[in-house]
Design a protein around this ligand. Sequence first.
Ligand SMILES: Nc1ncnc2c1ncn2[C@@H]1O[C@H](COP(=O)(O)OP(=O)(O)OP(=O)(O)O)[C@@H](O)[C@H]1O
Length: 263
Amino acid sequence: MGADPTGSANGTVPILKVRGLSREFRGFLAVDGVDLDVAEGSVHALVGPNGAGKTTLFNLLTGFLKPTAGSVLLSDRRELAGRSPEAITRMGVARSFQITSLFAELTPRQHLELALASGTGLGWRFWRSDRALARFAGRAEELLDQVGLADQGGVPADSLPYGSKRALELALALALDPKVLLLDEPTAGMGVEDVDRTSALIRKIRAGRTVILVEHNMNVVANLADRVTVLQHGKVLIEGPYAEIRHDPRVITAYLGDSHVDR
Ligand SMILES: Nc1ncnc2c1ncn2[C@@H]1O[C@H](COP(=O)(O)OP(=O)(O)OP(=O)(O)O)[C@@H](O)[C@H]1O
């Protein structure tokens, strides 16, 4: 019985299979030969100290940076590496938008209607037509409800509190209904209450999809992630369930710090 060449060690085909992925910036390898299997339906966290290469890896997976070397295969064997962000989104791999890309004067409802319209492949032709956008109103309401913004759907985005803006980012990514959802520090800058709300939200929206998240908050990682990949100096230091990697002395030294060692 030969091993499946597309499979991982345990025989299942990962939804994303990253091999030898590298990105060089003027001779400096920010991501250095990363191998990563992301299991379908899992929440997979990327963690590591500042400068470890998490954001660069994230940008390589979503097309915002082109790799210097390596490959990112979808389970259907399509290659993502080197494609544009739009092409990768169309292939079902989408990242959450950043607050900085929200339109200050548009409401969450309008943002979502536009995102849904763009997802039809008809592009921005709907931009000026409220009537055309109205066909997406029902789905927009569902998404607002899903992320807890039902009461704030009609206010300009720039007047939303920080946590609500981040919730809108998530809703915009969900509007694309991706198979693989990438979240870049979804709880960054949040107070405890918003962190808990966001964790609960991610737990809800992971149903039926795969989530990859870059996250500094180890409590969030412990709560959400099925597997954790720890990066250091652009390489994979270790990978495994949080309960295992948190005890690894290399991780403790590299990242978690002595305060995380069990006493
Ligand atoms: N455009 C760039 N040009 C040159 N160097 C870069 C560029 N982008 C990232 N780097 C370098 O690559 C390394 C990895 O950066 P990256 O932002 O991916 O790390 P990170 O793990 O996301 O860090 P943080 O947790 O601080 O966000 C850093 O040393 C950074 O200075």
